[in-house]
Design a protein around this ligand. Structure first.
Ligand code: FES
Ligand SMILES: [Fe+2]
Length: 375
């Protein structure tokens, strides 16, 4: 069995796109890589955990899981958004069990310890006589929380750069689109038998697969004019739109002058048409499985628009179903002895190249810092 160092060294992150290969197959199938990603990529980056309107008012909270860590984000009485490990300091139960809600105190269901909205430990039943216990030292452990546009982000890394710095040029790209005026409508969740990076790669192939796999979507995109721009930690794939009645549901629900597909490293996609946005959050489950959560937003979520919005979600779901089978086939192929790595289309696959280089940089830095810590 090759060492982790050898697996990492087998990818050349300095090759220009025209000479580059994909990250090699073991990166998608070896659980040591998945463990390393949890410790580095997902523990160091900013991760989207929910929507800003879920934590708008004091006491509103939402829970999430990042790299296996239970997290709760909560709006304080002082209006400040905070996040904590959702782990009771008594015997480690999840203090908040619901996905989201509102409360005056965070009340652990196990033995009734209470924490304030600022994470401070407020009360412990039947705890008199316990020696050398400092209530002030036993609040919930904080993690970084910030918001941008409609989204709440958390970073587990105490040394993380600010969210805006992390998002880089994405902030300016998304600002003119007015997505914060859109309203959340519905979600869909998909469990897929593939490594999370297979889903990201499929997203980042610059429309390469669209004419082959997504005939309906293909009918509204001017495929030849499709552009791919890499900057910082994001890739913008964009295409002019063309009117089409080839596929009525797609033509009616995917409109505007351009389709814009943003990917932000490592696992967030934001897809925008006129009056429409969906986000895709790709969560690793294990080395062979991921869960992808789609959130759909529309300009108008009134009852009168419901049927239209539902039709629009159904169009998104159909595209997703078309991707699902291919992603699972790729995962099986990556396990085959017949496959090692593949080349990239210069015209189409610059986004994947960016993804693989960012990932390689994080994994290699992670291994080096762990080795230094062990010395
Ligand atoms: S584990 Fe939370 S009160 Fe005991
Ligand atoms: Fe696709």
């Amino acid at each position: 069995m090759p060492s982790l160092q050898n697996i990492l060294a087998s990818y050349n992150d300095r090759a220009p796109l025209s000479e580059a290969s994909t990250i090699p197959a073991p990166w998608y199938v070896d659980s040591r890589i998945a463990d390393l990603e949890a410790k580095t990529v997902f523990s160091k980056s900013w991760q989207m955990v929910g929507r800003i309107e879920q934590v708008e008012k004091p006491g509103q909270f939402l829970t999430a899981n990042i790299a296996g860590e239970p997290i709760v984000a909560v709006r304080g009485n002082d209006g400040v958004l905070r996040a904590f490990y959702n782990v009771c300091r008594h015997h480690a139960a999840a203090v908040v069990a619901e996905a989201c809600g509102q409360a005056n105190l965070l009340h652990c269901p196990y033995h009734g310890w209470n924490y304030g909205l600022d994470g401070s430990l407020k009360g412990m039943p039947e705890f008199d006589g316990v020696k050398d216990f400092e209530r002030q030292q036993n609040g919930l452990i904080p993690v970084k929380a910030e918001s941008w546009e409609k989204f709440v982000f958390v970073s587990l890394d105490p040394a993380a750069m600010g969210l805006r710095e992390f998002l880089g040029g994405l902030v300016e790209q998304v600002a003119p689109l007015g997505v914060s005026k859109l309203h959340y409508f519905d979600s869909r969740s998909y469990d897929i038998a593939c490594n999370w990076k297979v889903f990201v790669d499929n997203y980042l192939d610059g429309g390469y697969h669209v004419p082959h796999l997504h005939k309906g979507l293909s009918s509204v995109l001017d495929y030849k004019e499709y552009t791919i721009e890499n900057e910082d930690r994001y890739c913008l794939q964009s295409s002019p739109m063309v009117a089409s009645d080839e596929d009525k549901a797609t033509g009616a629900t995917r409109k505007g002058d351009r389709a814009r597909y943003f990917w932000q490293y490592p696992n967030l996609m934001i897809n925008c048409y006129e009056g429409y946005m969906d986000t895709n959050l790709v969560l690793p489950v294990d080395v062979d499985h991921c869960r992808v959560i789609f959130d759909f937003y529309f300009a108008d979520v009134s009852e009168a628009q419901r049927a239209y919005n539902e039709q629009s979600v159904a169009v998104g779901a159909r595209v997703q179903d078309e991707d699902l089978g291919i992603c699972e086939a790729v995962q099986r192929g990556l396990k085959s002895r017949a496959y090692g790595a593949g080349r990239l289309s210069v015209r189409r696959e610059a986004g994947e190249h960016l993804f693989h280089r960012l990932l390689a940089a994080d994994l290699k830095a992670g291994v080096e810092s762990m080795a230094a810590a062990a010395d």
